[in-house]
Design a protein around this ligand. Structure first.
Ligand code: ARG
Length: 269
């Protein structure tokens, strides 16, 4: 079955963790009194970039800015489909200034950026399945932003309500494997949203709370390789059973800020 999974090469936007730290707490993972090993974080991040390149993916990067310790989480800065850039308006005041720097990068790269009016955090809560947009709400991105995203992108936006503060962004509870399938942790969603996911993806790979707490749902798939936290061992095994090839990349230092592989990766489509 593994032979039938075909990878598609991607273009990713990242931001080096030069100023990464946990200085404030805007999700339950963050404890400013628990130190981050800055050198280890940098090595882990570089390993992620090397691994992407070794698998044929293109990686572009935004220059990090002092005083913006979460800027490494590039996924939160925009959501791009078909060259349309739907920018971010961060929930936390601490992160709001990041948008300007990412918007500047997009403009220099030749893209027009839509500045949203409502709170929305890029690919943190907006997930492209290849056919439509799955959109999280409950902690960060608002329903109003879902409407704005649909109007701007011209793709159907399907709202999903998140209910567990540990999984405050959709990309901590769900990821797309390929055009046909996803992986998600059902208990992170309201009963109605769970039902929606069941109807849309009857064959989805279901994750456990342990998989989710190990940041296993904060993964990136190219259709064949799944770049995944090594701590999510059980989920990796299940993905292999489904014919995918798990590629472990350890970003444990970033877990201390509530982020993992996917949070550090924005896809430009
Ligand atoms: N500390 C960051 C925040 O709470 C982590 C963001 C993680 N990114 C993600 N795509 N889930 O905003």
């Amino acid at each position: 079955m593994a032979e039938s999974r075909v990878p598609r090469s991607r273009r990713f936007l990242v931001c080096e963790p030069r100023h990464f730290a946990v200085q404030y707490a805007i999700n339950p993972w963050m404890h400013p009194d628990r130190p981050v090993d800055v050198d280890l974080a940098r090595e882990q991040w570089q390993d992620l970039i090397r691994t992407y390149r070794a698998h044929g993916h293109t990686v572009d990067s935004v220059e990090p800015v002092p005083g913006l310790p979460d800027m490494v989480f590039s996924a939160n800065a925009a959501f791009v489909v078909g060259g349309r850039v739907f920018g971010s308006l961060f929930h936390a005041p601490e992160r709001r200034p990041e948008s300007l720097h990412y918007d500047t990068w997009f403009k220099a790269a030749g893209y027009a950026v839509h500045r949203p009016e409502s709170v929305t955090e890029g690919e943190g809560d907006l997930v492209w399945t290849g056919r439509y947009v799955l959109a999280g709400t409950g902690f960060r991105t608002t329903r109003e932003a879902h409407r704005e995203a649909q109007e701007f992108l011209g793709h159907p936006v399907i709202g999903l309500t998140l209910v567990d503060p540990y999984f405050y962004h959709l990309d901590t509870a769900l990821f797309v494997l390929d055009e046909d399938n996803i992986v998600y942790y059902p208990e992170a969603f309201s009963p109605g949203s769970r039902e929606v996911l069941r109807r849309l993806f009857p064959d989805a790979v279901l994750a456990t709370r342990d998989d989710a707490m190990a940041f296993g749902l904060n993964s990136v798939s190219d259709g064949r390789h799944v770049f995944i936290a090594p701590q999510a061992e059980a989920l990796s095994g299940r993905l292999a059973d489904h014919g995918y090839v798990p590629v472990p990349v350890d970003l444990s230092e970033f877990h201390k800020a509530g982020g993992g592989i996917k949070c550090c990766t924005q896809e430009i489509r």
